[in-house]
Design a protein around this ligand. Sequence first.
Ligand SMILES: [Zn+2]
Length: 158
Amino acid sequence: MNPAAVLSCLSCSIVSGVATTPGGTVLETDRFHVHQDARHAIPGFMIVTTKRHLVAFDELDEAEAVELALILRRVRRAQRGVLGTEHTHLLVNEDTRHHFHAWMLPKHPWMNAYGQGAEAMRAALIQSASRPPTPAEREATVEACARIRDTLAAPFHE
Ligand SMILES: [Zn+2]
């Protein structure tokens, strides 16, 4: 790990353990790290990030690309099992100060007030970040991490 990158990149900081997120590490493999979004206390809002410091999707090597798809599928299924998630917003934003990561935002019932699609996702995130989380929100977020971690530790069945 490049020490300069750890200091300047939140993803590198989290992957290396310098920075922590609510609920801790949800899944770690040789190539990927999964954790709660650091900014929003929304239960099940998982971030899937590469361990390597890279930015664009086409910088993934083949093994990373294959594993990413498999992890996204597993996390998505865990969101459904743990939270009853019917819809997930899945987003890769290369225009970021951090390194490559995918957002997996489960659509909770309170988000229905914002409609559907990318605009609804944006509005829900703005609302969530507009105030500090309540203790109950923090607790629910940490609990969701633990339950998703347990689900991902179990064998995956097709
Ligand atoms: Zn990085």
